[in-house]
Each structure stands twice: as C-alpha cells, then as structure tokens.
Design a protein. Structure first.
Length: 333
C-alpha cells in the first residue's frame, strides 16, 4: 500500500504573477486614459506622463541607492502607481507639484515600508492626499473639459460634487437643476461648462469597461466594488428619499467624483485590502458609508480617497477577525 506524502505548502501553483496582475490593471485603465485624452487633451497627457515617469525614476533610485537592492521597475507596480496618481490629479497641475506627489507616493507611501507587498496604504492615494492638504488651491482648480490644447492656462469651473456640497449646506444660489443629467456623467459631457474633476473620473463608462475586463480576467473579485457602490446607493438613496431638495439621487451620487475610480481601481489593491470575501464586503461597506458621510458633512466635497485610506488602516484587523476556518481547526468554546 502506497504512502500518502503531503509536501509543504503551497500545494498548487497558478499562472498568476505580480507582473501579470499589474499589467492587467494597466490594460483595464486604458479606456479611462483614452477618455481623459479626449476630454483634456494636452493637460491629461502631460500630467499622466510626468506622474508615471517620476514614479519609475524614484522607485529605481530608492531601490538602487538607498535600499541597496536590485531595481525591479519592470514589474508594473511603479507604472500603475503613476497612472493612478495622475488619474487623481487635475489636468492643469504644474509639473513640479506632480513630481512632489510622485516622491511622496513612492518614497513615503511605498518604499518606506519595504516596497511592493509591504505598504499598508495605497501609495497613489497617499500622494494624492498629501498634495490635497499641501496645495489645496492647485488641487481644487478644475479645468472645464474640452480644452484640448490648454494646459496651465485652462479655464476652470466648479465640479458637480462641489455644487452638490453647496446644495447640501443650504446655499440658495445653486440648485439641483444646474447639475448635468446622469447620462452626461456616464458618458462624459464637456458642454455644461462645469469643471470635470480629476483626469480619471471624467467618464464613468470607461471605468466600468475596465471593471468588466478585470472581472473577466479574474484580476479582482466583485466583492469590494459591488459593496462600495451598493452601500453608497442605499445610504444616499435613503437620504434622498428623506430630503430630495438638499440631497441628490443615488445614481448621481455614484456617477459623480472619484467614487467609481476608487471603488474599481484603488480600493481593490491586493496589498491594502482584506484577503477573504467576507472581509472585503465589510471593508467595502465601510468605505461606502465613510464616503457619503465625508461628502455630505465633511470639509471636502469628495471623500473617496480619505475613506479608502482610513479603511486601509483597518485591513489588518479585518484580516485577523474575519478569516476562513483552517482545515482541521477545532472551534474554540
């Protein structure tokens, strides 16, 4: 009778790799990147190219000269961080501010914790929030979409989210009627004269195409995006039903700002999100609640970035207390 030999884990190997997943997410970002070029032209190209180049250079330099390790800039993580950082910036941001954001994202948000796989917070959001706090004027100057050849001299305007914030606070000089319709937000429409927001949030349909691609390729699971979007829909829907004068309908709440960008591409980061499905649902629901609370009662019109970073800090706790039972484990009485 043959012996059953059990080797050390892992017992099965898949064909996934860091490079495959990173470049898979980058491919999923291409529709949104093309949409940003269509709506912002030169500005989007300058911001995204500067952000990606700066992130690659800083990661290479830190690995080579500070950590004294072999640089691994070809795994796609620095490119992805640069793209996501660029997507979270206005299209008229000066180059020197973009470089500072890239340095903070890579140097502080990622490499100071040991590099890829060790960072507790999403690096792109660390860079974005640092810039938002340090350069609030430049980071809240929103160019109107459609100025394809303009960069630093682009005409700016209020975003739908900023108008919603003013309406929620009882500002009688603006009303819900001034906001673009949901279809315009889904497809992207530069004809309303409003500031479009950050580069990556201008076209919701492009982000949803990226979500469909990542679900198809099994790069991410449905738990985090669906729980975030579903929670925002329910929470903001209840508020809208109670007071439709000061609060917008839930579909509009989902399509405005960086909610889809954050829910699909940043909250789903492997390193900073919970590992099991149940934990991811809790994580996503909390992000959704925090986002709605910050948007309506916080100091900033947008709360997605802060909500994700807050829940990044709770990920280890969620992983500890919400995890699948190990095979053969006896429940404690």
């Amino acid at each position: 009778m043959g012996k059953l030999i059990v080797s050390l884990s892992p017992h099965a190997h898949g064909n996934d790799s860091v490079e495959k997943n990173m470049y898979g997410v980058i491919i999923a970002l291409i529709p949104a990147l093309l949409a940003s070029f269509w709506f912002f032209g030169v500005g989007a190209a300058v911001v995204c190219a500067t952000s990606v180049a700066a992130c690659i250079i800083f990661e290479w330099a830190i690995q080579k000269f500070i950590l004294k390790t072999k640089p691994r800039i070809c795994d796609g993580s620095a490119i992805l961080t640069g793209l996501l950082l660029g997507f979270n910036l206005p299209s008229n941001l000066p180059i020197w501010i973009i470089i500072i954001g890239a340095l903070v994202a890579i140097g502080v948000g990622k490499m100071s914790f040991g590099g890829l796989g060790c960072n507790p917070f999403n690096p792109a959001l660390v860079g974005r929030c640092f810039l938002l706090v340090s350069f609030p004027v430049q980071m809240t100057s929103w160019p109107v979409a459609g100025q394809l050849t303009a960069y630093t001299d682009a005409t700016t305007g209020a975003t739908p989210l900023s108008l919603i914030k003013r309406i929620a606070k009882g500002d009688t000089s603006v009303s819900i009627d001034q906001l673009p319709d949901s279809l315009s937000l889904l497809l992207g429409d530069p004809s309303n004269g409003l500031g479009a927001g950050t580069i990556g949030e201008v076209c919701a349909i492009a982000l949803l195409i990226g979500l469909a691609y990542m679900l198809w390729k099994k790069i991410i699971t449905w738990h985090i995006p669906v729980s975030i979007i579903g929670t925002v829909f329910v929470f903001s829907g209840l508020m809208w039903l109670c007071d439709s004068v000061h609060y917008v309908n839930p579909v509009y709440e989902i399509l405005t700002g960086g909610l889809l960008l954050g829910a699909i591409f940043m909250a789903t980061d492997y390193v900073t999100s919970p590992m099991c499905g149940k934990g991811q649902l809790i994580y996503g629901c909390c992000i959704g609640i925090l986002t709605v609370c910050i948007r309506n009662w916080g100091a900033y019109p947008e709360g997605m970035s802060f909500a994700i970073l807050i829940m990044n800090a709770f990920t280890p706790i969620i992983n500890t207390y919400v995890k699948p039972k190990r095979y053969g484990e006896v429940a404690k009485k």
